[in-house]
Design a protein around this ligand. Structure first.
Ligand code: ZN
Ligand code: ZN
Length: 454
């Protein structure tokens, strides 16, 4: 895009804060507002303030930049670096319909279902919620092509069914619209997908005045990242859908190799965001600013969990005492079963954590080309660190069982040892689970495209 140049000398322009006007950075002449506005309109641009977090590099667009003292992406209190930028006008915007108070109420109601969540989860809300317009790409897809497919007609006669096969050739055209992906690298896919019950038809034409009082994420994920994915989705859908041809044959166009055209448009959708920082990690919660739907990363408080486990164990021990007539070897076998369950659980969570920590669950962050690269980095099926406690516990128990020693104490002793291992694994499980419910403090590249400079 050709940047706006000074009409006098052809120099670049900048914003003069004192004069509240655009001026040439070379000859210092003030730029005629009308002239500049015409340029913006012609290129579908609007002017706003870009805030950059000095801690993590995340950027937000805002008009009320004086309010910003808290970065909602890394959870730190910061003084933002600010500059005036031109940004491409989105095609549409869904204005906020949920107030901050309503959003906080939905947030607290949602969090109530998590009994093991740490207290801060229930205490947060209103004071920390930040209203952000998140950019989404909405895809319109046209697919057309020619294909030849096998079709059949069935004729039911009195005592037999007559099947006739035909080759049917036909042209096909299919339209898809409304396929949607978030365009902000800063916004985790898990959250954007979980709260995505936006009603597109409520979108209105974009006007920069809608941004007053809110922030907007400029969106730094290129639309091409999703293009291949959208194209594949459409191809798969066509190959598996049934169409009626010539009002006679029901055909599934398996052989269709359509010509697919993908068009993306940027839409701003309203989201309330809550950020909580724990050490060097953050937990996000997001509330749909149109519908109030909530999704959040909710960690487990391990001490709350332990208290609960003790109560359960106490209850279980009552019938256990009644069963004391059971052979001690049965206790040992039960402990093997429990340690095995925890071992399987722990290792499946460890795998999820690996994928999570490598952004394998975040397309916008990873990008489609990297998905295949990521396949190579997938964790091996087996890891000694994940399994050694399970193996140790089971091995000792099996040795005792095979030895058939008459000493009951040994059976009980090994069973208790196994339960202690399980407790250790349970804490590990919670730690891994909490990794899934949080993420590393994000670090974003601070370099932006040159044509965004005013
Ligand atoms: Zn000039
Ligand atoms: Zn930050």
């Amino acid at each position: 895009m050709d940047a706006f140049k000074c009409p006098n000398c052809g120099g670049g322009i900048e914003y003069d804060i004192e004069k509240e006007s655009m001026k040439c950075s070379y000859c210092n002449s003030l730029i005629d507002r009308k002239l500049y506005q015409n340029y913006l309109d012609k290129h579908d641009l609007y002017v706003t303030v870009e805030l950059t977090c000095p801690q993590c590099g995340a950027t937000m667009l805002s008009y009320d930049d004086t309010l910003a003292t808290f970065c909602n992406y890394c959870g730190s209190s910061v003084m933002f670096n600010r500059r005036i930028v031109e940004d491409t006008k989105p095609v549409g915007i869904i204005p906020f319909a949920i107030t901050k108070e309503q959003a906080a109420k939905s947030y607290r109601a949602y969090m109530e279902q998590f009994g093991f969540a740490p207290n801060w989860v229930h205490e947060e809300g209103e004071q920390k919620l930040l209203g952000i317009y998140m950019p989404y790409y909405v895809y319109d897809v046209t697919a057309k092509g020619h294909t030849t497919e096998k079709a059949e007609t069935r004729l039911e006669l009195a005592d037999e069914t007559k099947v006739s096969e035909y080759d049917v050739s036909f042209d096909m055209k299919a339209y898809y619209n409304g396929v949607r992906f978030d365009a902000a690298e800063t916004f985790p896919d898990f959250l954007s997908e979980s709260i995505d019950d936006f009603a597109d038809e409520k979108a209105v034409a974009f006007q920069s005045s809608y941004l007053a009082g809110y922030y907007a994420d400029g969106g730094n994920v290129s639309e091409e990242i999703y293009n291949d994915l959208v194209e594949d989705l459409v191809r798969d859908d066509i190959k598996t859908s049934e169409v009626q041809v010539k009002a006679r044959y029901d055909v599934t166009p398996e052989n269709m190799d359509p010509d697919v055209k993908v068009r993306a448009q940027k839409l701003l959708l309203p989201v309330w965001l809550n950020t909580h920082r724990i050490g060097d990690r953050v937990c996000y919660a997001a509330i749909n600013g149109q519908t109030g739907k909530v999704a959040g990363e909710v960690p487990i408080d391990k001490w709350k969990y332990l208290k609960y486990a003790i109560v359960i164990a106490a209850f279980l021990s009552i019938p256990m005492n009644l069963f004391l007539t059971l052979k001690p070897s049965i206790f040992l076998i039960i402990s093997i079963a429990i340690i095995l369950i925890f071992g399987i659980q722990l290792n499946s969570v460890r795998k999820d954590v690996y994928i999570h920590e490598h952004y394998g669950d975040d397309l916008g962050k990873l990008g489609i080309p990297n998905l295949t690269k990521y396949e190579f980095r997938k964790p091996k099926g087996w890891s000694f660190r994940g399994w050694w406690r399970t193996i140790l516990g089971i091995a000792i128990a099996v040795v005792v069982l095979i030895s058939r020693t008459p000493q009951d104490d040994i059976y009980y002793g090994v069973a208790i040892f196994n339960i202690l291992l399980v407790l250790w694994m349970a804490f590990d499980l919670i730690r891994q689970q909490n990794k899934l419910a949080s993420r590393d403090i994000p670090v974003f590249t601070m370099e932006r495209g040159g044509d965004r400079n005013v």
